[in-house]
Design a protein around this ligand. Structure first.
Ligand code: CTP
Length: 403
C-alpha cells in the first residue's frame, strides 16, 4: 500500500507546457489511494483542460475566487481548501509561480491557497534550461526551501524549446516515487522493527479436534496495519484468523499452536525494537495428542491438560532493549491483576481490557482499554473502534522513542 493512500492532496498547476502531464499525475495519485483537489492558474488552462482533471480527480477543479458567469456563484474558500489538505504539490511550478510564492504575490487562487497552507508543500519546477539556471530562479528555490517547501528537482532531457538540458518537470512516476520516499522517511516509526502476536491458538486433541478460543485476531491485525502505516517493519505472528495483510511492510507468520507461536516469537525477538503480545494464547493444551480420531466409545471422557509456555513472560525474561507490551483480559480486580502481570512478565506497558466494560474484548469491532505503564501510571481510555485503539497503542510507542 502506498504511503499516499488516504492522503488529501492539493495539486496546484501553473502555466507551463508540462501541465499536460498532470493528467497522468492525477491518475497516479488516485491509483495510490489519495484524494485529490486540483487548483489551476488561469494560464495553465491553455495546456490541459479542467474537464480532464475534474474527471480524473473525481472533484471539481478550482481556478478562480468565484465563477463570474454564475450570479449564484459562491466564494471559493482558499483557506478551507488549504486546511483540508495533508499536502500541496505545485506541478508544474513555473518561474513566474515560484517567484509569486516567494513574494506572496497573491493574484490567483493557487497562490492564495499556497499562502494559507499549513501542510507540507512540494514543488516540481518546469522551465527552459537557461531559465532553470537563472539566478532569479535559483534565488526562488533557495527562499522556498527556507520556507520549508520541498523541491522535486527537474530532470534533464529534451525541452519544449527544442533545446536539451535540465528543466523538464520530473515525470509523474518520478514525482510519485519522490513523494513516497520523502513521506516514508519522515514516518514516526521509520527504522523500527515491531513483533506482534495476534489471534487465537489451536491446541490439537486429535487429528480433527482442538481447543481454541473466540479471538478473531482483529486487534493484532489492526495494530500491525497501524504500525506499518507509521513506517515500522512488522512481523505479525498470528494464530488461525480470517484476516490477511496487504501492506508489504508486514511479514505475516502463520502459526497454529501456542508452541509454534512461542518458537516463531523467539526466532524474531532478538532483532526487534518492540514486541506487542495481542494474541489470545491457550494457557493449557492436551498433554497427549491422539494419533487417530478419538472414538466416542466411553460415556465420559477426561482430557488431561498441561500448561503452555507463557510467550510474553518468556520474552520479558530475555528482554534487552525491547519495549515490551502485553495485554491483560480481566474480569475482576482488573488494575491490581494487571499490575501484577507487568511485574511478573517484565513489561513496559500493559493494555488492560475488562470484560466488565461493554464493547470490550473478543470478536467485537470496539475495545475499551486502560493503559498501565511499568511505573503504574494508569490511563483509562474511551470506548473506541479497534483501529483507533491500535493508533493509541502505537502513539504510546512513538512517545516512548520521542521522550
Ligand atoms: N500470553 C502469552 N502466552 C501465553 C498466555 C498469555 O504470550 N501462554 C500473553 C497474551 O498475549 C497477553 C498476556 O500474556 O498479552 C496476558 O494474557 P492473559 O490471558 O490476560 O493472562 P495470563 O498471563 O494468561 O494469566 P491469567 O489467564 O491467569 O489471567
Amino acid at each position: 500500500m502506498s504511503v499516499l493512500s488516504g492522503k488529501k492532496i492539493i495539486l496546484g498547476i501553473s502555466g507551463g507546457i508540462a501541465a499536460y502531464k498532470t493528467a497522468a499525475l492525477v491518475r497516479l495519485f488516485i491509483k495510490a489511494g489519495a484524494h485529490v483537489q486540483v487548483i489551476m492558474t488561469p494560464a495553465s488552462k491553455d495546456f490541459v483542460t479542467p474537464l480532464t482533471l475534474s474527471t480524473l480527480s473525481k472533484n471539481p477543479v478550482h481556478s478562480t475566487f468565484y465563477n463570474e458567469d454564475d450570479e449564484n456563484a459562491q466564494w471559493n474558500n482558499h483557506v478551507e481548501l488549504a486546511l483540508w489538505a495533508d499536502m500541496m504539490i505545485i506541478a508544474p511550478a513555473t518561474a513566474n509561480t515560484l517567484s509569486k510564492m516567494v513574494n506572496g504575490n497573491c493574484d490567483n487562487l493557487l497562490i492564495a491557497t499556497y499562502l494559507s497552507a499549513k501542510c507540507a508543500v512540494y514543488f516540481a519546477p518546469a522551465m527552459d534550461l537557461d531559465m532553470y539556471k537563472h539566478p532569479s530562479t535559483i534565488a526562488s528555490f533557495s527562499a522556498l526551501k527556507q520556507f520549508g517547501n520541498v523541491i522535486i528537482p527537474a530532470e534533464s532531457g529534451e525541452l519544449a524549446s527544442g533545446l536539451s538540458g535540465e528543466g523538464r518537470m520530473a515525470e509523474p512516476e518520478n514525482i510519485i516515487a519522490f513523494l513516497e520516499a520523502d513521506l516514508s522517511s519522515k514516518l514516526p516509526l521509520k527504522g523500527k522493527k515491531i513483533l506482534i502476536t495476534a489471534g487465537p491458538t489451536y491446541e490439537a486433541i486429535d487429528p480433527v479436534r482442538f481447543i481454541g478460543n473466540h479471538s478473531s485476531g482483529k486487534m493484532g491485525f489492526d495494530i500491525a496495519n497501524c504500525a506499518a502505516k507509521f513506517g515500522a517493519e512488522v512481523i505479525l505472528i498470528s494464530g488461525p484468523s480470517h484476516y490477511g495483510v496487504t501492506n508489504d511492510a508486514i511479514k505475516l507468520v502463520k502459526v497454529v499452536s501456542a508452541q509454534e507461536m512461542y518458537d516463531a516469537c523467539h526466532h524474531y525477538y532478538n532483532d526487534v525494537d518492540v514486541a506487542i503480545a495481542a494474541a489470545a494464547v491457550a494457557d493449557y493444551r492436551p498433554k497427549t495428542v491422539a494419533v487417530q480420531k478419538i472414538k466416542k466409545s466411553d460415556e465420559s471422557f477426561i482430557l488431561e491438560l498441561e500448561k503452555t509456555n507463557d510467550i510474553l513472560a518468556s520474552l520479558g525474561k530475555i528482554k534487552k532493549n525491547q519495549f515490551l507490551i502485553g495485554f491483560a483480559l480481566e474480569t475482576e480486580n482488573e488494575i491490581e491483576n494487571a499490575k501484577l502481570k507487568i511485574q511478573k512478565k517484565n513489561l513496559d506497558l500493559i493494555v488492560l481490557n475488562s470484560l466488565q466494560d461493554e464493547g470490550a474484548g473478543f470478536a467485537k469491532p470496539t475495545n475499551k482499554i486502560t493503559f498501565i505503564d511499568k511505573n503504574f501510571n494508569i490511563e483509562p481510555m474511551e470506548l473506541k473502534a479497534k483501529e483507533e485503539v491500535a493508533t493509541d497503542i502505537l502513539n504510546k510507542i512513538i512517545n516512548h522513542y520521542d521522550a
